[in-house]
Design a protein. Structure first.
Length: 128
């Protein structure tokens, strides 16, 4: 088994042992986002040195907005205490030839769409 797969297996086991697992499905109308992306796509590439405007930056910014609105979701339980985080580090799964990777983009609330797209599209050095 490759180093990456061993690390992924170890992390998945650690997460499953230490977190409450939850899956939620929601449907949203992406028409406006798709139209905006289509209109701005070429100019975005020119303005940001070839960076493509994908959907992940939209999802990431929406997640940050939701976490700011509902800060208890961005918290952890430590004994009887709820510790609310004041930072917004978001991980989004990205499919690669070697399997699924989850690069974490730190401080998403302080980054623009291009910065998020760049960081989300390149696997972290730790994951290789």
């Amino acid at each position: 088994m490759s180093r990456r797969k061993k690390t992924a297996a170890k992390k998945l086991l650690e997460v499953s042992n230490n977190t409450a697992m939850l899956t939620t499905f929601n449907e949203i109308d992406m028409t406006n986002v798709m139209n905006l992306r289509k209109r701005k796509k070429e100019q975005f590439i020119k303005d940001h040195d070839g960076t493509k405007l994908g959907f992940m930056s939209f999802f990431t910014k929406a997640a940050v907005a939701a976490l700011k609105k509902y800060p208890e979701v961005n918290a952890e339980i430590d004994g009887d205490d709820m510790i609310t985080k004041q930072f917004y580090d978001i991980g989004v799964a990205v499919s690669t030839d070697d399997g699924l990777l989850v690069p974490f983009v730190r401080d998403c609330d302080k980054k623009n769409f291009a910065e998020i797209e760049n960081e989300n599209c390149k696997p972290s050095e730790k994951s290789t």
